[in-house]
Every structure is written in C-alpha cells, then in structure tokens.
Design a binder for this molecule. Structure first.
Ligand SMILES: N[C@@H](CCC(=O)N[C@@H](CS)C(=O)NCC(=O)O)C(=O)O
Length: 198
C-alpha cells in the first residue's frame, strides 16, 4: 500500500504512527506527493494528505478512516477497541486530538497575512478551542495510555504539532500532568520514529 508522506503534517504522522504501533510500517510505501499536485486530486478529490492507496487499488481518506483501515491489517492488539465504552472513549480522544490539529494547522496559512481584526478574532477563536481541549485532557489524564489506542496516538500527534509549529505559544504551563504524559509517550516508537521536520 502507498501512503502520502509529509514529515510536517500531524495527520500524516498519526497514520504512520498507527502503522508503526500495528507493526505493519514495513508494508507501507511512502508516497511523496504534495497537496498541490494534480495527481493527488485524481485519487482524493479533497486533495488532502494523508491519502492511502491500498494494495487492491482502493483510495482511502481521511486520517480516521486510514487509521481504522491500518487497524484491520496485521495481528497486533487493535488501536480501535471493539464496540462499547472503551471504543467511545478512544474515538472521543481521537476527535479531541484531531480538533486540536484542525484548530492549529490552518493557522499556518494565516501567519503571513495582514492581521486585520477579523483575522485576529479568528485566531483567538482557534486558540480558545485548543486551550479548552488541553484543559479537558489535563482533567481527564487518567484516560490517556501508552499509545495503545487511536485516541492516545492522535492526542500525542496533536501535542507534537503544537511543539513543532507553535513553540512560541507553549502549552505545558497549566497542564503539568499532560506534559508528563507526553514526555513519556514521545519516547515510544510510534512517536520517536515520526518526529516532524521541515
Ligand atoms: N481531516 C483530515 C485533515 C487532513 C488535512 O487537512 N491535511 C492537510 C495537511 S497537514 C492538508 O492536506 N491540507 C491541504 C488542504 O487543505 O488543501 C484528516 O484527518 O486527514
């Protein structure tokens, strides 16, 4: 299978981290393609990464779908728990992690633009989403484990992205338990082997 690669994208990192956690990263070919390449739009009309092409030629997007597909391959313990409260807890954490990325990643495009009031308000709105999500994660720290579920992996990738792109807006102050959790899980293979660059 082929998975679009970018060392800077937190969503791509999440997908590769899942493949590593599942022990199937050797089956995943890195597909070097940019979101602006016309050929990406032929596979994914949204022209976003990650996009995955399976060995059967099926094209899958976005990261929650790709990660669930990766979870259907191989024999390691599942990252998506079976139906029941544990599954909802993992999916909820995934949504929180994805939401932090969704509120942060598009801001990269805003940085270069003139800071009129509308843009300043928009950035404050996005910062509020991240800040409230971090507060919730700090409060619910007991729900985070050692990258055993899609929720753990997504939250770790989201925090890694904040470190990578928004180091000037440090998230650790006020979130000591979350910081301690992250500093441990970032050493595990799915995170350590996918450190962002660029
Ligand atoms: N919800 C998507 C978000 C993916 C996404 O926004 N990826 C960014 C790269 S980090 C992208 O492709 N941006 C290009 C665009 O939005 O046109 C997922 O979870 O995969």
């Amino acid at each position: 299978m082929k998975l679009s690669y970018s060392s800077a994208s937190p969503y791509v990192r999440k997908a590769f981290a899942c493949a590593i956690a599942r022990g199937i990263d050797g089956q995943v070919e890195k597909w070097d393609i940019k979101t602006t390449d016309a050929s990406l739009a032929l596979s994914n009309p949204l022209s976003k990464i990650p996009t995955l092409i399976t060995d059967e030629g099926q094209t899958l997007f976005d990261s929650p779908v790709i990660c669930e597909y990766l979870d259907s391959i191989g024999s390691a313990a599942p990252l998506f728990p079976a139906a029941g409260p544990a599954r909802w807890a993992a999916l909820r954490l995934q949504a929180l992690g994805d939401g932090i990325m969704d509120a942060s990643q598009p801001r990269r495009r805003e940085i270069a633009l003139p800071q009129d009031q509308g843009r300043i308000d928009y950035i404050e709105l996005q910062k509020g989403k991240v800040s409230r999500s971090l507060d919730l994660l700090e409060k619910e720290i007991a729900s985070l484990g050692q990258l055993k579920t899609i929720g753990d992996i997504t939250v770790a990738c989201a925090l890694g992205y904040l470190d990578f792109r928004f180091a000037n807006e440090p998230w650790r102050p006020g979130h000591p338990k979350l910081a301690a959790w992250y500093d441990e899980v970032v050493k595990l293979a799915p995170m350590a082997k996918t450190m962002p660059a660029g």
